[in-house]
Design a protein around this ligand. Structure first.
Ligand SMILES: [Mn+2]
Length: 418
């Protein structure tokens, strides 16, 4: 019997805060050590290995050192691109690591006569046949699925794994109702295992023709919701799949990235002073030693401003009591007296998406791709591009040129400007 690891959404480099940065890479190292210890035959990473396509070299160095160790033990690492691994210019760290022989991309194919023909990659040791579709930018991969030649994939014999980085309509978590997903019928039928990524909730699913459709969820991310869920006790980790000519066992391996504690507080019908006092009392009673504390403060204050609550002092108190990091979510906290917040959401990404969606209808444009949902997605994509910081040793001129190039790439203007 053979074993492979299915892991996704690792998001290395998502955290810039030193404590979290350290925990993030440590969790990755532990996961890789577990793969070595379990003597798995190969590792399959279903997208979002890094948080951005061109990550900070510090995190690349740490990750490469560990992956090299895994590879030197005879365990190959196979990957597909995730939505975060994508860069507008086309070359991402994933491509660099493939050139260096650290990882192997398994999503390879060609468009022949308007049909996307995928090539199976055969793992030399186990003869498992892997094939997949990478994510590109938001939603764009659905175009690939529309023209995918499923028949030739379905007709192939042997032990087959399909890797993908997309949400599926049939298994969409409620909180992602706005996310663009694809119908499961886009995937070829009858594979032995469907290795998913992109959805940050763990799930094992099955439908006729599609047995064993699995999402491992994230290992450790910088997203607020993920932090809250982990602090609440949601298990993080990856799958070890044992197989012969079919899947024999699917086992979830927990990697506890940190000890967490979740605290939720409703400030409704209280004024800022009362809230401050009550929070101080309640928070001082928590056992926070060596834990990450996820605080969710919500509700509408009956008096005072939200800024009257001294969160800095509260955070400091928790740190003094031994907490290693405080994640504070007060996006849902408003004030009756100063009701200025119109857009609400769980985290920054949701707020941005809602803001763009709501604002786009008031803007007059003639170009179809700038309108409605499409326009909002493009705006989000552009924001993501423009958020990149100037790199150390990068001159202002080079930075400007890089941003311009990425901007043009994102807006797909290169053809127009040629
Ligand atoms: Mn992800």
């Amino acid at each position: 019997m053979y074993k492979f690891v299915h892991i996704a959404d690792i998001h290395l480099g998502a955290n810039r805060e030193p404590t979290l940065e350290k925990l993030e890479i440590e969790t990755f190292r532990k996961a890789m050590d577990k793969c070595i210890e379990e003597r798995v035959d190969f590792i399959l990473i279903c997208g979002d290995l890094f948080h951005v396509g061109i990550p900070d070299l510090g995190v690349v160095k740490e990750a490469v050192a560990k992956m090299k160790e895994v590879k030197d033990k005879g365990i190959p690492i196979y990957v597909i691109y995730g939505s975060h691994d994508y860069t507008p210019t086309g070359t991402s760290i994933i491509d660099v690591l493939e050139s260096a022989g650290i990882i192997t991309k398994i999503a390879k194919g060609k468009v022949i006569n308007d049909k996307l023909k995928l090539e199976f990659f055969i793992d030399p040791k186990t003869k498992a046949k892997l094939v997949g579709i990478s994510a590109r930018k938001i939603g764009l991969e659905s175009k690939y699925y529309e023209i995918l030649d499923r028949e030739s994939l379905e007709n192939e014999d042997g032990f087959k794994i399909f890797a993908f980085h997309s949400g599926l309509n049939e298994f969409k978590p409620a909180y992602l109702s706005q996310m663009e997903t694809i119908p499961i019928s886009y995937l070829p039928k009858g594979f032995d295992y469907y290795a998913g990524g992109h959805i940050h909730d763990r799930s094992e699913n099955s439908l006729p023709g599609y047995e064993k459709v699995v999402f491992p969820g994230p290992l450790f991310t910088g997203y607020g919701r993920d932090f809250e869920q982990t602090a609440k006790g949601e298990k993080r980790g990856f799958y070890i799949v044992s197989f012969s000519d079919k899947v024999e066992k699917i086992e979830f391996v927990e990697m506890k990235p940190f000890e967490g504690i979740y605290f939720e507080y409703d400030a409704s019908y209280k004024n800022a002073l009362q809230v401050q006092k009550e929070l101080k009392e309640k928070l001082s009673e928590l056992d926070v030693k060596d834990k990450i504390v996820a605080l969710k403060i919500k509700g509408e204050l009956s008096g005072g401003k939200t800024s009257d609550i001294d969160f800095f002092q509260l955070k400091n108190m928790l740190i003094e009591n031994g907490a290693i990091y405080i994640y504070l979510n007060r996006h849902g906290l408003t004030s009756k007296e100063y009701a200025t917040v119109k857009i609400m959401g769980e985290d920054i990404a949701t707020i941005e998406r809602k803001l763009f969606k709501e604002s786009i209808s008031s803007i007059k444009v003639s170009n179809e791709s700038l309108k409605d949902e499409k326009g909002a997605l493009l705006a989000l994509e552009l924001l993501k591009t423009l958020r990149q910081e100037q790199k150390l040793n990068e001159s202002k001129k080079d930075y400007e040129a890089r941003m311009q190039e990425h901007g043009i790439g994102t807006l797909q203007l290169s053809e127009v400007l040629k």
